[in-house]
Design a protein around this ligand. Sequence first.
Ligand code: FRU
Length: 507
Amino acid sequence: KIIYKSEYRPQIHYSPKGNWMNDPNGMVYYEGEYHLFYQHTPHDTRPDFSRMHWGHAVSNDLVHWDELPPAIPPGEDGAIFSGCAVVDKNNTSGFFNEEGSGLVAIYTNDGNSAQPGKPQVQSIAYSKDKGRTWTKYEGNPILFPTETLDFRDPKVFWHEESLNWVMVLAVRDRVEFYTSSNLKEWSFASDFGSDIPGIHRGIFECPEVFKIQVDEDSDTTKWILILSVGDRNGVNPNDSEPPAGGSGMMYFIGDFNGKVFTLDETLESFDTIKWIDYGSDFYAAVTWDGIPNEDGRKIWVGWMNNWRYASTLPSKEWRGHMSIPREIQLRTYSEGLRLTQAPITELNQLRRPNLSLQDITIKPDTNVLSAVSAAKMEIIAEFEIGTAIEFGFRVRKSSSSNQETVIGYHVLNEELFVDRTKSNDVDFHPDFAAKHKAPMKLEHERIQLSIYVDWSSVEVFGNNGTTVISDMIFPNLESTGLELYTLGGELKVVSLQINDLVSIWEN
Ligand code: FRU
């Protein structure tokens, strides 16, 4: 595990031992294991799209991961792009006549990167040994495009109400739904998105649809449509753009009847589009399939990156890492329903309490945290706004230079922000040095924050996960200082807890 000690290497996030990684794929829970497949170029630290594989890791707790050999390699059929995996419990595919059940992966074969003009198609493969080896189906491909080369990233789930498999697919500037009884033959059901004004400025990728309970104590459920959007096709000024630019994720709340997704409200313009994350590094997230019913949680990870600069990151023997796994909930607020994200409770096993404070008032130009030194940590805090105009944390601070990453709240603007302009290595791409802001209302004059800091990232969950900012940073390892600051007036710290975090690679 020595390799995980090199510069910038994430200590509490998954990254492959070496070389390139992008989207999480095929996330499925099966016979006691969580599988994480991912877009992987095992021979290069840059993305080689014509030779894209599915990399593979497994975990018992979603926190500690074992990397396995790449699961699905490219071949005559083209590169293996993003997709999903399902448990075929009742052998609907007929692949598991002896075993009774098994895993089926549904993914995009990309031919276009090697042979321009060759369209993307969908294919399947099956595994009878808990995802260790895969056989590509002889009848591949199982789905062809009709009019566009961009036809990819299938996410499939079992729709209990109609007793069918449903696939949602990204098709340039819309998504398409298909249904199937056997995972091999698919019929077009409907599409969504092309008639929503200003919905996007580029290209749709990695869609998902799932059912979720509204609030913890209700019987109501809703359907959520998730979309990753990328900016490959230039800018239309009337179209939406992810809040931090480049690659971003949006979501829609509505209903799904097995064939058609209908929005709860009519979207007038892109102002009403709901964004998942206000940082620049959370993309292509989709949820784990097959999590046991009694658990009931919706859990996902995203690729902590942005296509704008992904292949220029200053890491050396590998490029790309995942976010921490997050639980998604749908909760009712005065302004309506809202998707929230929170670190999964399994992460709590990494905590080693460092410091805790309660009911103190702090003044400008003092730092009650000057004794703390940590390159990775969890910060959980609740503040009551006194006369402060802005307050927050300066993390990964250097004692010898002005290196720092600021995670703060601006009271008058009611804005949460991450400022990484002074976070050290920021010059590898002109879009990297930036301050990312997110609207976040004060609730009863209070603000709650949960923050995960790692060797090369910060993930900020504001007001119990209603507002999230995920950003990579590349500070020196010696930058371990921490400061709690307030500007313009006093701030009351209702509670503050700092936990050191044990590296997930330590045992
Ligand atoms: C999203 C994406 C997908 C595609 C994959 C290729 O980041 O562009 O649309 O399948 O990455 O690696």
